[in-house]
Ligand binder design. Structure first.
Ligand code: CDV
Length: 305
């Protein structure tokens, strides 16, 4: 049994200093310790405001939102608090590499303080160029590149665990890639504005779509899913909260009730995964990869003549 917490965050202001944000993260970590949690999952871009909502002509104009090392002097207190309490954690942040590459990254740190894994977001949504017609922009495709590293899983926390980031959760391939490696717990941080400028008709469905895709991914792959929001109204943009911990049955076992900083805790029995992995979703017995060829050989839709 693994006691897991989704450490939902409320808004992070544009001018909120890193140490103030880290203090909020540490406060959630301390609460997790009090509640016997072993693994804390923080959201996507958990150290800063969601800066891709603003256009800068020079991409370097947003460099101060990126981390060039992890831990840094400013983030070290989080690592210290985790190690002191014997708690592991996953946290999302903007990564700027020595080679000048920019990724939307999440790292996983074990209970002994060792960094176990790094995941870089695969599906980068939004747009590359200035689109001032939008009430706010979603320039992730300007500020992050797509990762080619895919969806590895890791033996950690006495199970098999993996990560994905925000938009990745909407794609069934994300879960199946990890499902085929026996994943038992998937950690997903997200920043999801309620207003979707390309089709505002979807606004009212944001909460439904969020849970729909994560619950389906959990059930169809017999895995726990921990979905963690940065919610609330950040710099005038309202974002979805509704962080949730989902069982391999697809059922939500714990859910946030606020749109701010909140710890959502559940006991995740990783052995439950076998009930689905060895029955309805016994991949080795029932999958038919020979008739799924389009999934990896074709990108867009090719309709019949
Ligand atoms: N941060 C994200 O990836 N947000 C997207 C929005 C743009 C749709 C999401 O899938 O929630």
């Amino acid at each position: 049994m693994l006691r897991v917490a989704a450490a939902q965050l409320g808004p992070i202001a544009k001018d909120e200093p890193r140490p103030a944000v880290v203090s909020r993260l540490v406060a959630l970590m301390e609460e997790a310790a009090d509640r016997g949690v072993e693994l804390v999952v923080y959201p996507e871009l958990a150290l800063t405001t969601f800066f891709p909502r603003w256009f800068t002509e020079d991409i370097a104009g947003h460099d101060h939102y990126y981390e060039t090392e992890m831990p840094s002097a400013e983030t070290q207190p989080l690592f210290d608090a985790a190690k002191a309490n014997g708690i592991g954690f996953a946290i999302g942040y903007a990564e700027l590499t020595d080679e000048g590459e920019r990724f939307n990254t999440t790292i996983l740190v074990e209970r002994d303080g060792s960094t176990v894994a790094r995941f870089r977001k695969v599906h980068i949504p939004g747009h590359e160029n200035d689109e001032p017609w939008r009430p706010f922009q979603h320039l992730e495709r300007r500020y992050f590149q797509e990762s080619d590293e895919g969806f590895p899983v890791h033996r950690a926390f006495d199970g098999i665990v993996g990560m994905a980031t925000c938009n990745d959760r909407r794609w069934p391939e994300t879960y199946r890639e990890m499902g085929l490696q026996g994943v038992e717990l998937i950690m997903i941080g997200y920043n999801t504005p309620i207003h979707y400028a390309p089709d505002p008709g979807q606004n009212a469905l944001q909460g439904f779509h969020n849970h729909l895709c994560m619950q389906a991914g959990a059930y169809q792959n017999g895995t726990w899913v921990v979905g963690v929001a940065k919610g609330g109204t950040e710099e005038g943009v309202e974002s979805l909260a509704q962080s949730a911990i989902i069982a391999p049955s697809g059922q939500i076992v714990a859910q946030a009730v606020t749109t701010g900083d909140e710890l959502v805790v559940a006991d995740c029995n990783l052995d439950w995964c076998a009930q689905y992995k060895e029955t309805l979703f016994d991949f080795a017995r029932y999958r038919r990869p020979e008739v799924y060829q389009r999934i990896t050989s074709q990108k867009g839709v090719i309709a019949p003549d």
